[in-house]
Design a protein around this ligand. Sequence first.
Ligand SMILES: Nc1ncnc2c1ncn2[C@@H]1O[C@H](COP(=O)(O)OP(=O)(O)OP(=O)(O)O)[C@@H](O)[C@H]1O
Ligand SMILES: [Mg+2]
Length: 247
Amino acid sequence: MPTLRTEAVSKEFGGVQALKGVTISLPAGSTLGLIGPNGSGKTTLLNIIAGLEKPTSGAVMLGETRIDHLPANAIVKLGVAKTHQIPRPFAEMTTRENVSVAVMYGRRRIKDTKRSLNEADRLLSLLGMDARRDLPASSLTVQEKKRLELARALATGAEVILLDEVFAGLSSDELRDSIQLFRKIRGEVGFSALIVEHVMGAVLTLAERVVVLEEGAKIAEGTPDEVVHNEAVIRAYLGFEENDSPG
Ligand SMILES: Nc1ncnc2c1ncn2[C@@H]1O[C@H](COP(=O)(O)OP(=O)(O)OP(=O)(O)O)[C@@H](O)[C@H]1O
Ligand SMILES: [Mg+2]
């Protein structure tokens, strides 16, 4: 899988400058954290990479291929998948059916229902969700729905996974378990990850590098240790109350 890059991506929503010339790079197999206060443009950047929004200017590159003009389903077929900050399962379908749909519409061209359900079961088992397999997705807890989002992203066969606040709202014990689980899946499946959080916790543990956004602009980039000691970052987070609800 080639490196995923955004090059000077800007996005305007009717007068609101959501992103201001943001350049990031996610080499194959790496983990990049993307943090910033509420409204700083994190989800917008993920949506642009995933083809759900078009940039006002700038480009998204997968290796030498420019992908920002492609529709979202074409980007999934190139191996890039995103979780939704607010989970959006097909509510009436069971958990395994939800995952199997992602298998069928992903890049692996598995169209056979039985095979795709088997693959869904394998992934749900990897994620510790066997017991939820046959329940309607609507009956899952918020945290289980987030895990289902991760299962669906993996089910597409993606090699680049974009995670939008999947670790938000967890207790410290749950967070520790989720981080461990993420590492285990990483070991078995292998993918690069762009991890968005608005609090630093999971990102500082999992990411090799971290980019910080404030009001749509990149204000810092470096190792987790470098960014937590960066003055502009400290300023951006001063007076910012930790709040786990998606915004
Ligand atoms: N579809 C849209 N139409 C208009 N404005 C939008 C739209 N999407 C995002 N915005 C605005 O763009 C800015 C960035 O929003 P975005 O959702 O990317 O932030 P975020 O960093 O993900 O925030 P949070 O931590 O709350 O999830 C905000 O000012 C938001 O109101
Ligand atoms: Mg967001």
